[in-house]
Design a protein around this ligand. Structure first.
Ligand SMILES: Nc1ncnc2c1ncn2[C@@H]1O[C@H](COP(=O)(O)OP(=O)(O)O)[C@@H](O)[C@H]1O
Ligand SMILES: [Mg+2]
Length: 311
């Protein structure tokens, strides 16, 4: 199938001389949820800004459903809705008014039924008469989504939709995004949260320092990212382990005072397999190895980048 967005050799050097994007190539498939994962400053907002026509590219092309995003700006832009990273809304307006205005900007005919449908889907219909400034942060964010959907775009960009948002609201946002995808909208979201990419995406692209360093199906990527370590602090130091523990491939660290078990935290969920922790703890007990404390750690995004870049 033809990708709905095709990005070729896209680069951006800001007036300051800083090169924020370095030759990006990326295809987005129709009706997928694509998560662009990367640390702060990686270039996510810049990339979205170029595709949406807010930032000028230094080199490269973007084709949106066959339309060149620069030459055929209007057609390309009307296919896109953008939910920006910063909360910016017209605070004195009501949600339906801000949507109607946005619709007008795209030259679309008034359609109260569409506005009602979107506001209901985002649980904002009850707030249709409220001034946006009186709404909670979470509602304001949903108003931004409603506004981005006002002109019935086929593609929706969400720039860090859940940064600084509490856990409950994040879950609501994820449900909203899934519903949108189910209605046929292609979704591109940026995030610096691994769990968000894991939860939401069909495919994940990792961007670092202006370069896409990996694009993969979520499943495959999460297998790589899912490595977790369990560290056991021992009551008495050991210098060797009994053969019954061989299969756990434990590392003896801290001069024999700690054992480290590396496992895939996502295995059980993905394939009905187990992490092996329960069995390990039982076998340790049977071997008479006692521990006084334990902790788990997970590779940070930073670690993952380092290892990805190194490879
Ligand atoms: N208008 C600008 N002028 C100069 N540098 C910028 C500008 N906007 C962003 N940058 C720089 O480009 C890099 C990428 O920024 P951005 O695309 O916002 O990253 P992200 O969204 O991944 O956090 C950052 O180092 C940022 O400081
Ligand atoms: Mg950003």
């Amino acid at each position: 199938m033809q990708p709905v967005i095709s990005i070729r050799n896209l680069s951006k050097t800001y007036a300051s001389g800083f090169q924020a994007l370095k030759g990006i190539d990326l295809d987005i498939q129709r009706s997928e949820i694509f998560a662009l994962l990367g640390p702060n400053g990686a270039g996510k907002t810049t990339l979205i800004g170029i595709v949406c026509g807010i930032v000028n590219a230094t080199t490269g092309t973007v084709t949106i459903d066959g339309h060149d995003h620069a030459r055929d700006y209007r057609a390309a832009r009307s296919l896109i809705g953008l939910v920006p990273q910063e909360l910016t809304t017209d605070s004195f307006e009501t949600p339906p008014a801000t949507m109607a205005f946005s619709r007008g900007l795209f030259g679309k005919k008034r359609d109260d039924a569409h506005i009602e449908k979107v506001l209901k889907a985002l649980s904002l219909w009850d707030k249709r008469d409220a001034k946006i400034m009186t709404l909670s942060g979470g509602m304001k964010r949903r108003v931004l989504i409603a506004k981005a959907l006002a002109h019935e775009p086929e593609i929706l960009f969400l720039d860090e939709p859940t940064a600084g948002v509490d856990v409950e609201l994040r879950k609501d946002m994820w449900a909203v995004v899934r519903d949108l995808r189910a209605s046929g909208v292609t979704i591109i979201l940026t995030t610096h949260y691994i769990d968000e990419a894991e939860e939401m995406a069909d495919r994940v692209g990792v961007i670092n320092r202006g370069e896409i360093i990996l694009v993969e199906e979520k499943r495959a990527l999460m297998k790589k990212l899912g490595q977790k370590q369990l560290t056991l602090e021992l009551v008495a130091p050991v210098d060797a382990l009994p053969a019954t523990l061989d299969r756990y491939k434990l590392a003896i660290t801290a001069g024999g005072r700690e054992l480290v078990y590396t496992y895939d935290s996502r295995r059980d969920r993905a394939n009905g397999e187990h992490t092996g922790i329960t069995a390990l703890l039982e076998d340790l007990k049977d071997s008479g190895i006692r521990f006084s404390d334990l902790r788990t750690s997970q590779s940070s995004l930073e670690d993952i980048f380092v290892s990805l870049v190194r490879n």
